[in-house]
Ligand binder design. Structure first.
Ligand code: PEP
Ligand code: MG
Length: 325
């Protein structure tokens, strides 16, 4: 099966009724690049830069980051790479030891909050991303945006970083796409207010689910509550996509949900345009997309949006997934 799927790597991720889906890969380290190529993914939909912290306590400086991001951009070109700014903190790699441990790390100092509190460090990263954008198709994405103010402050810092590079005569893509992770319920609920200010949305279902149902994504005791098909979760996804469509921008999903083959029909039916999954999952997700009719998925998603129980929605989407499962 594996060889057959790999042989299909040059085929498009398109449904039987002609809806094209961008299928890209999530990576954490540059050394995963060969796997991305081998999978036939259309670029990188999520590069988690916090993994740079594995190498030291601090994120590397502008020059080292520029080298890394440029290598990514160059080797993927003309395919795109979406570079997510540091999402340290919470349960993730710490950006610097806090004076006191936080009582609720998932509700604490993580993601864009850290970057906005450390603007000099943030701008080093932004300048490095911008410098790489002169060598390929690079987009920048902010994690854990909860409201408009954070987004505007982050965008102001992008503008400042551009001015600083221009003053140094360093080239960059002035029209670089700027996107946000939709991974907090607050962001999904105001997606209509965020959409006019960005170029794309990428839904981070790992966090979106945990914050929606208040169930820690890594706590096995509450794992049963952590349900991607909870009606609140799928309504938030729908709401996000509707806001994006109305504003002419695209929506992807880069959380684990995107790689769950039982849920591919549901996500396509809700109108997702991009799926970003681990490189090893790309061939199977492509195979799933090619077996599905978008019209059928959309009808099923409509029904799912009116279904009270998450397990019934799981059954609805699994029924369509039987075709390739
Ligand atoms: C997510 O939250 O779904 C996501 C993709 O980001 P991370 O898993 O890195 O928090
Ligand atoms: Mg997340």
């Amino acid at each position: 099966v594996r060889h057959r799927l790999e042989a299909q790597r040059n085929q498009e991720a398109v449904t039987t009724d002609g809806r094209k889906i961008t299928l890209s890969a999530n990576i954490e380290l540059v050394k995963e690049l060969p796997y991305v190529k081998h999978s036939g993914a259309r670029g990188v939909g999520l590069y988690r830069t916090e993994f740079l912290l594995l190498e030291g306590e601090q994120i590397p400086g502008e020059e080292s980051q520029t080298k890394i991001y440029t290598e990514l951009a160059r080797s993927l070109a003309p395919d795109p790479v979406i570079i997510r700014t540091l999402d340290a903190g919470g349960d993730k790699l710490p950006v610097e030891p806090l004076l006191e441990p936080e009582p609720n790390p998932f509700l604490g100092w993580r993601g864009i909050r850290v970057s906005l509190d450390r603007p000099a460090m943030f701008k080093e990263q932004l300048r490095a991303i911008l410098r790489a954008s002169a060598h390929g198709k690079v987009s920048v994405m902010f994690p854990l945006i909860s409201g408009i103010m954070e987004l505007r402050r982050a965008k102001d810092l992008v503008k400042e970083s551009m001015d600083e590079l221009a003053a140094r005569d360093i080239p960059f893509d002035e029209n670089i796409d700027i996107g946000v992770m939709i991974e907090l319920p607050s962001a999904a609920i105001i997606a209509d207010l965020i959409a006019p200010e960005v170029d794309f949305f990428s839904i981070g279902t790992n966090d979106l689910i945990q914050y929606t149902v208040a169930a820690d994504r890594v706590n096995y005791r509450v794992a049963d509550l952590y349900r991607p098909t909870h009606p609140a979760v799928i309504r938030l996804i729908k709401r996000t996509i509707d806001a994006a469509v109305q504003n002419g921008i695209w929506t992807g999903v880069c959380g684990e949900m995107a790689g769950d083959l039982r849920l591919t029909p549901l996500l396509l039916g809700l109108g997702v345009e991009e799926l970003s999954v681990g490189p090893h999952q790309v061939p199977r997700v492509r195979h799933a997309i090619r077996a599905l009719s978008h019209a059928e998925c959309a009808a099923m998603a409509d029904e799912a949006l009116r279904t009270p129980l998450s397990r019934d929605t799981l059954e609805l989407t699994s029924d369509l997934a039987m075709r390739y499962y």
